[in-house]
Ligand binder design. Sequence first.
Ligand SMILES: Nc1ncnc2c1ncn2[C@@H]1O[C@H](COP(=O)(O)OP(=O)(O)OP(=O)(O)O)[C@@H](O)[C@H]1O
Length: 921
Amino acid sequence: MVDVIINKYLETQLALAKQKLITKSSQDDQISQKSKVAAGRISKKQNKNKKLQDAQHKTDSIENEDEEYMASSDDEELRLPNLPGTSRAKQNIRKIIDDGDTQLYNKRVAKWRKSLSDAVSGNSNVLYMSADIQYILDGNKDPDANQELQNGLCVPKYIWKQLYKYQRVGVKWLWELHQTQSGGLLGDEMGLGKTVQIIAFLSALANTNRGSHEGLGPSIIVAPATVIFQWVSHFHFWSPSLRVSVLHQAGSHCGNHHKLIRNLFESHGVLLITYAGLVKYAKDLQSRNWQYIILDEGHKIRNPETQVSKFVRKFDTPHKLLITGSPMQNSLQELWSLFDFMRPGLLGTHSAFMEHFAVPITQGGYANATDMQEATALEIAKALKAIITPYMLRRTKAEVQEHIHLPEKNEQVLFCALSHEQRDLYMGYLMSGTVRSILDKDNKFGDPLRARILVGLSTLRKICNHPDIYLYEALDEAQEINEETFGHWKRSGKMSVVHSLLKIWQKQGHRSLIFTQSRAMLCILEQHLQRHQFKYLRMDGSVSVSQRQSLIKTFNENAEYLVFLATTRVGGLGINLTGADRVIIYDPDWNPATDNQAKERAWRIGQERDVTVYRLLSAGTIEEKIYQRQIFKNFLSNRILIDPNQKNVLTTSTLQGLFTLEDLNCDGDTETASLFKHTKITINDKNKEKDKIALNSSKKKIETMKKLAKEISKKIMKSSETKLQHAEDAREIYRKKRDMVLNPPECAESPRINILDDKEVNVPFENVMSELDIINQHAKNDYEENLMKILNKAKTEETCSKDVININHDIQTKTNINVSKFFSKDDKKNILKRKHSESKAEIEHLVGIKKVKTKKKNKDADKKLSDDDYVLAKLFAKAGVKNALHHDVVIGLAEKEKRLQMKEEAALKAKKAIRALKFSS
Ligand SMILES: Nc1ncnc2c1ncn2[C@@H]1O[C@H](COP(=O)(O)OP(=O)(O)OP(=O)(O)O)[C@@H](O)[C@H]1O
């Protein structure tokens, strides 16, 4: 029976392979046809807005970054694309109230005092819950007791006792800075309680009758809008007597903002304000002598040229604190900007810093740097680290794990195949006029080209997310959209993976966070959740600031909600979403910190279950390149913040490299997976063993299978001539396509681009081009010439050597999908089993994965591992996932990886040398 099935299976494969080869070339023609039509529509639309083209560089990046922090719900709603089928779910949530309104503040304080005295007198039925009340309810006696630190800082004991050891160190460090009249950067990893440490310190200052203000002076905390009310509720919990008012339309204060500022200032309270608000009210705020100015998520001022960066530097106080879990995100210049705010002059002038620190460290960071560059970079990185260390306190989760006992985290990068439709569109766009004009050697490098690049990359990213995000743009407004197929999961490779994940997690009882960069994608995902009746909550810029904190609370406390859907920028910063234990990062950001921030929403203090994070990337596309940039940027930041000895495996990359669609190599690996092949993830050994037993129970069966395979391979060999011919044809077509892209026929004017219509292109260009590119520019190297060299080199590169492999790979994937139609249920089961074992056999076992796991093993961890393995097996088998890497290992094992690569290359060279020797003799 088995023989018959296998025979049937292999023969069908052969038939389908032939069929595939025949249809391949005609498909290729169709691809260009279809995509040309789509690209044509886009170009037409882009042409309409010619004059906006030059406006790109005029946009102030802080406005772009901060718009989600300022706009009211109505403002944001107006900009939402009008996508069909996305009726917004009602999200009934209560607001949190700040102390802007004096009456409400007095009422709150009265309620707290009453509850405290109730708790002290033994009544546990309290109406207000705060840290001091909790302390009493836990059996402690005196809520007013203090812990006195060296030089007299009185920290309320109820706080001190509840702080983790490293948090106490943080409070002491802040006190030292205070005494030396110095600013500083609290850079603990996300979720380690930076907010709590700051509140503990401010509360201690308020409690200490010393200094010019005899306690805590009036202070300002600037934070992204999403976390403003989180600050309020933390203050109300940890330090209920302090007055904290929000200067924002969502705050409780009514009327004139001058009055609020004056009241707050006079009562030595804490003013909470957004970054955009700070710019708006800068004049009023700067006219007063505030004691503290604290920037939460302070990396917001990483660009020294933005308005907000300039404003915050003008505050006349030495007590400037910056809180961020990601102090350095894209480049060393950012570090300079942060330090110039809190320790002006420490890192010299901007130009001196760039010349003497940023350039040599970055240059020496690339894998293709000379030994001299590398050695210089190392020494300078060490020197820089020594300069900044006294003013920066940073602890990682790994370092404090013994105190906080976080559950395990498993972070994987999944390389998802594009759907056929996406592939067609992607190829078509690569051949469109827009891309041709980007790669056109006659184009001068300047802002218009920058804008073109950003638009081009943004479009590719849209196609990777879902074809409809791209097609919707290209449609005429009058044209109808098919609501049945609009946003359908099967039309996007990554959506198919999300669909599978959600289904499995629902059965496994996991709740998830899904982050995406774009609002349009958020709508498509939301529509998907509605269609499949997943209960969810959604948060993006359109949710009013005052409701965001309550939305978060609702999700954390109500397990009915399976999914929390958010844009990375709004939902990814500073908030606690420990109700979920699974995270999907749907699309990568140029800035690695943005994705890291998002995933840290779930893996933080308060999380009790093991967390799994999936970063989805479309295989072979721009998303892989973005991920590679992330790896480099991570390396750069680790070199300064953690260990100057870290090494990198990535070299500089080219513009042309961004505008390609890479195919899998002969091992079936994507480019990134082959770069980090030792970090590939496989399915749990235990399962593998079980499956092996089940599948290979009879040696006889294996022998028969082998025999049959031989026979079939003979048949395949017979048809090889035809195959090669087809392969040669396909190669020719591919060559022509590439030539068209790199050597465009004399075309009329290149298409105009509408920059401002496209929200996604509003990323700083520096995030896109590599660090070295920026430095080349900064050092006034001849960038243009450089670019031309790159483009010319790219033209002569041999790019089609992978074609035969691609075709073979395509045959394999296609047949795997189609074969099921020909068999009965039982046959299918057997075949699936076989495919399963094959796909597992294809994936090497991950050598490094054990190193990043903590030693702790409990039942939950075992369950999670098997849950994750099950998920992965399903994804490999059904959802088109091509490779999976362990993200932490990719980031951490760069050095090991380089050595392994070198070793492999050296072994290969040695083999060649021996062969040459034999041949010569
Ligand atoms: N000592 C503590 N006792 C109890 N809970 C704590 C303590 N420290 C922190 N937490 C809790 O841990 C969570 C994370 O804390 P917090 O939001 O302050 O982290 P963070 O470092 O500011 O994070 P991010 O960088 O993401 O903004 C919060 O829910 C907070 O209440």
